[in-house]
Design a protein around this ligand. Structure first.
Ligand code: OVV
Length: 402
């Protein structure tokens, strides 16, 4: 009997997960990826991809073998991104990762959640009342999903009013740049110098208000928990990771309810489900679809030997729709327990801002559930294509008031 070389049996795909068609609707690609095996070689990019829940979750937990410090995009950022120093959190591993992480865990924790809860509820009420006073038709993305985070989050960080319009395009480009250098990245490259300078300027100590997350990061530098050189980069992490993600998380939950009217009725009967609803929408839509890891050693997954140094694409969005893990994964269902989803990642890098994101979402959903009896899609919806994000450009909605 002869033994096959192990690579002869490895599942392979010639598909491009960053092509127009897959970005428009990633679900068929993801189903195919999961069917091919626990890890699949993507010929087009010379990388591996994981699409099943069990392997994605296990790999995200095993940061020693699947590192972040070599970059979480397709290419090694050290050579490819002169406009952006690596993130001290996202693109680092222990021990360097731990001090910045501990600081953000504290700043974005229960004390701040309590402090922000009341004022954000007042902001949400005013935003929704002003919007509904204009009539029952509006764009769920521009008028609500983007408007609310852009109203409350920059204030919470403590950045000035000026230049806030740069936050979304900057984040859009950073998330595109985790993918291959396709048209999306080329288009964003035109403004990258200007946008990077604008964001960097907001991270310096004297630009930040006294009581926000930003000055609390600088206070950690004063205590000596981090260096003064690290502080502005940690502020930058908030501004990069905290805007496009929440905008598209809110857009996801609005779209989910607009297309599942029975679930909206359920939320109105039981408003305490707002948090479950948001997590279920994050599972269902996975606003952050993917991140790469890098193998620190030769590692076997299924029948495939992944060589040391290879990039592996972790398909959060696919894991969150894996029928091996979820009953009827394509249903948006408030009766399910979505906990354990990997939409915020998993393991030591799991979203440090997730409590803030949940507060934004539950605050806006609570106001909407009081004011609005039903939500429907009233015109053609449009996706926003991004190499990492599952995003919306436009959600034309019509509501009936309660
Ligand atoms: C999760 C995430 C996305 C993008 C940027 C960062 C983090 C960062 O730390 O800069």
């Amino acid at each position: 009997m002869t033994t096959q070389p192990i690579t002869a049996t490895r599942p392979v795909s010639s598909a491009d997960p960053f092509s127009y068609d897959v970005l428009e609707d990633p679900l068929p690609f993801q189903a195919d990826l999961r069917e091919r095996g626990p890890v699949v070689y993507l010929e087009k990019y010379d990388v591996y991809a994981m699409g099943r829940y069990a392997e994605v979750q296990a790999a995200l937990t095993n940061w020693q073998t699947f590192q972040s410090a070599a970059g979480v995009g397709l290419s090694n950022f050290r050579y490819e991104k002169p406009w952006r120093q690596p993130s001290l959190l996202l693109e680092a591993d222990p021990p360097h990762h731990d001090a910045p992480r501990a600081i953000l865990t504290k700043i974005l924790g229960p004390r701040e959640i309590r402090r922000l809860t009341e004022s954000w509820a007042a902001d949400a009420t005013e935003l929704v009342d002003t919007l509904l006073a204009n009539g029952p038709e509006f764009d769920g993305v521009a008028d609500l999903a983007a408007a609310f985070p852009l109203r409350v989050f920059p204030d919470a960080v403590g950045i000035p009013q000026e230049g806030r319009e740069d936050l979304l395009p900057y984040g859009d480009h950073v998330f595109n740049a985790f993918g291959p250098p396709n048209e999306l990245v080329e288009k964003g490259a035109q403004r990258v110098a200007e946008l990077s300078a604008s964001i960097a300027a907001k991270c310096s100590r004297n630009e930040l208000s006294e009581d926000g997350f930003g000055s609390q990061i600088w206070a950690a530098a004063d205590r000596g928990d981090i260096t003064e050189a690290q502080a502005p980069l940690i502020v930058r992490s908030l501004l990069t990771a905290g805007v496009d993600t929440t905008v598209n998380g809110l857009a996801a939950v609005l779209y989910a309810f607009a297309t599942n009217p029975d679930q909206w009725r359920r939320l109105r009967q039981e408003p305490a489900l707002a948090r479950v609803a948001f997590d279920e929408a994050v599972r269902w839509e996975s606003p952050v679809q993917t991140f790469f890891r890098t193998a620190t050693r030769d590692v076997q997954v299924g029948t495939t030997l992944i060589p040391e140094g290879q990039k592996i694409l972790m398909f959060l969005g696919s894991a969150n729709r894996d029928p091996r893990r979820w009953v009827n994964p394509d249903l948006f269902d408030l009766n399910r327990d979505p906990s354990g989803h990997v939409g915020f990642g998993f393991g030591i890098h799991q979203c440090v801002g997730q409590h803030i994101a949940r507060l934004e979402a539950s605050t806006i959903l609570n106001v909407l559930a009081k004011r609005i009896r039903s939500i429907e899609i009233m015109g053609p919806t449009r996706r926003h294509h991004n190499n990492t994000l599952r995003a919306w450009e436009s959600l034309p909605l019509r509501v009936q008031l309660a």
